[in-house]
Ligand binder design. Structure first.
Ligand SMILES: [Zn+2]
Length: 106
């Protein structure tokens, strides 16, 4: 899955130092069905690009020109409220993640 993420970011570069992102730039924070929460950092200059929510379907990659990746982007630039919303979203997931475990696991 990380390979697909790398493909998604492979044509992008750091806005500060222009270095391309690599495997180490991408840290997967959470992986849910059809959704990955990833943290992007430039390993060259250390610029922190924050959290990205990436929607991914389960179709296998046929070729590099047909990656089944969709970046969920809103029509407006991310603002402060969006960051707070994302923070709350992740925190809520953290609070309830055990609900996804089978009941017979102690
Ligand atoms: Zn950089």
């Amino acid at each position: 899955m990380k390979k697909k993420l790398k493909a998604l970011f492979s044509n992008l570069c750091c806005s500060v130092c222009k270095s391309e992102f690599d495997d180490d730039s991408i840290e997967i924070k959470r992986q849910e069905q059809g959704l990955i929460v990833t943290h992007l950092t430039c390993r060259h200059c250390g610029k922190n690009f924050g959290i990205a929510f990436v929607g991914i379907n389960n179709i296998e990659v046929k070729n590099s020109d047909d990656l089944p990746l969709v970046v969920q982007e809103g029509p407006e630039p991310i603002n402060y409220d969006d960051v707070i919303d994302a923070h709350r979203f992740i925190r809520n997931l953290d609070e309830h993640w055990q609900d996804h475990l089978p009941k017979n696991i102690k």
